[in-house]
Design a protein around this ligand. Structure first.
Ligand code: PLP
Length: 484
């Protein structure tokens, strides 16, 4: 274990010396009421600049990160994000802009550029997914879902529809049922069929006049596209149920098909998965929501509008709006990165994103399917889902395989999700990995499968290469110290 920076402290050692206070600075200090003066010297570590640099550099090397490792964490789209997006987002004109600057008079000219980025991003996203309007304010995928459900509720309320339920397939991301429930709806789980998609018979049985919406992910969390989508949309619309598209993983279909053309009424996207925002570490993110015309009146405030003189401004007065869902304009920096990314790639580039994401996942599926069970053996889209049941018979679980991958320098895939697959391992290579890197991951997986047969016992102590090795999970559950 490395030392804490406090343990490296040596009395009197310095990394930086402050200049002595000038008269004017001393005068400034006089304006601070005396009661706020420090009475004790803060207990900060006394270290040199080199100590600080080494300490934090070495800590950062303990991180598993995309800049250092292949990271096939299914459903999370842990792809490489171009550094130029970071460079531009860090420019002073963007990063130092205060959200309370006036939009038109006075400082208005300072904000027009940022408003233009927001406005154009809305238009680009409308075009990409086939929707009529977008709000960029939701700050995560789940937040986008909740916003979408609130919009759907507002729509039904105004029409006087008595709607109480939302239908969601059993393969859905956990945020879907929670968003519907927080939005006030009863969640009806619809089982999947042998193809891994929503079972049409069960769907028709569950569909009635009280269904407000059907939340679908297509391709779903098994990486499979729903071939019945048009029929499904027609049946839903016949009872005035709206179709919600969970577009967190849009890199599967970018430029190929638009949810709006498939019959979806509301869609959320995860800019922090598909559109070049470093993802992981908990945020920040952005989950913009797109809607068809019939839902525009309920969109959250504020909305960007173009005035007759061509300038842009934010409109706050919207009679039927669901109101505020985020402070200011959401995560502006994240929207900006997505805008740059879309402009960089253009139409052809976005098309290549999905083609490469899909071919990479299918390549892995093909190469591993003799050694690992594939519960749904169809062509996949952006990710493939294996089951470790064959290895588990020898006592090597999906968790053990994940730990073995860590020792080989790979971030593990998502495991034990989707819930409908036993011992699930959900692998999403993304479009940014080279064939060489994908091949070395495949080799590691094949070597692990072999070892699971010849030496299953060796797995239980893994990982061996990390600062903290295998945790006692049973103890973690039982011991009050961990759960209190
Ligand atoms: C990641 C994801 C979400 C949730 O997005 P967050 O930004 O983590 O809230 C929802 N649905 C699917 C399919 C996802 O992959």
């Amino acid at each position: 274990m490395s030392k804490l920076i406090f343990e490296k402290s040596v009395s009197g050692r310095k990394g930086y010396s402050l200049p002595t206070l000038s008269d004017s600075e001393a005068a400034c200090k006089l304006h601070i009421p005396e009661k706020y003066f420090a009475t004790e010297v803060a207990e900060l570590p006394e270290v040199s600049e080199l100590d600080v640099v080494r300490h934090f550099t070495n800590l950062s090397l303990k991180n598993v990160s995309l800049d250092a490792n292949f990271y096939p964490l299914g459903s999370c789209t842990m792809k490489y994000n171009p550094k130029v997006c970071e460079r531009i987002a860090a420019m002073d004109g963007f990063s130092s802009l205060h959200p309370l600057l006036p939009q038109l008079r006075g400082g208005g000219m300072l904000t027009q550029g940022a408003l233009e980025v927001l406005h154009d991003t809305e238009e680009l996203l409308c075009e990409i997914v086939g929707m009529d309007a977008f709000t960029l304010q939701p700050m995560a995928g789940a937040h986008g879902e909740l916003t979408g459900i609130m919009l759907i509720a507002a729509y039904h309320r105004e029409k006087g529809n008595k709607k109480t339920k939302v239908l969601i397939p059993d393969s859905a991301h956990g945020t879907n049922p929670s968003s519907a429930a927080i939005g006030g709806y009863k969640v009806i789980t619809v089982p999947s069929d042998a193809n891994g998609c929503m079972d049409m018979e069960a769907f028709e049985e569950a569909l009635d006049d009280e269904v407000a919406a059907i939340m679908l992910t297509s391709p779903n969390t098994l990486g499979l596209f729903n071939p019945d989508i048009h029929t499904l949309a027609d049946k839903a619309h016949a009872v005035d149920a709206l179709l919600y598209y969970d577009g967190a993983n849009l890199n599967a279909i970018l430029g190929k098909v638009r949810p709006g053309d498939l019959g979806f009424d509301v869609v959320h996207l995860n800019l922090h998965k598909t559109f070049a925002t470093p993802h992981g570490g908990g945020g920040p993110g952005a989950g913009p929501v797109g809607v068809k015309k019939s839902l525009i009146p309920y969109m959250p405030t504020s909305q960007i509008v173009k005035r007759s003189d061509g300038t842009l401004t934010l409109e706050y007065e919207r009679e039927k709006s669901i109101g505020y869902i985020a402070p200011f304009y959401g995560n502006f920096g994240i929207v900006l990165r997505a805008y740059i990314y879309i402009q960089l790639l253009g139409k052809d580039g976005l098309l290549r994103v999905s083609e490469n994401a899909v071919i990479n996942a299918n390549y892995i599926q093909k190469k591993l399917q003799d050694k690992y069970d594939l519960p749904f053996s169809r062509k996949c889209l952006h990710e493939c889902v294996f089951s470790a049941t064959r290895q588990a018979k020898n006592g090597v679980t999906a968790l053990d395989i994940a730990k073995a991958l860590i020792d080989r320098g790979f971030h593990p895939p998502t495991i034990y999700f989707p819930l409908i697959v036993k011992e699930a391992m959900m692998i999403e290579p993304t479009e940014t990995e080279s064939k060489e890197d994908i091949d070395s991951f495949i080799d590691a997986m094949l070597e692990i499968a072999e070892l699971a047969e010849t030496d299953p016992e060796s797995f239980h102590a893994l990982p061996l290469t990390t600062p903290i090795t295998r945790l006692d999970e049973k103890k973690a559950v039982k011991d009050k110290k961990f759960t209190a």
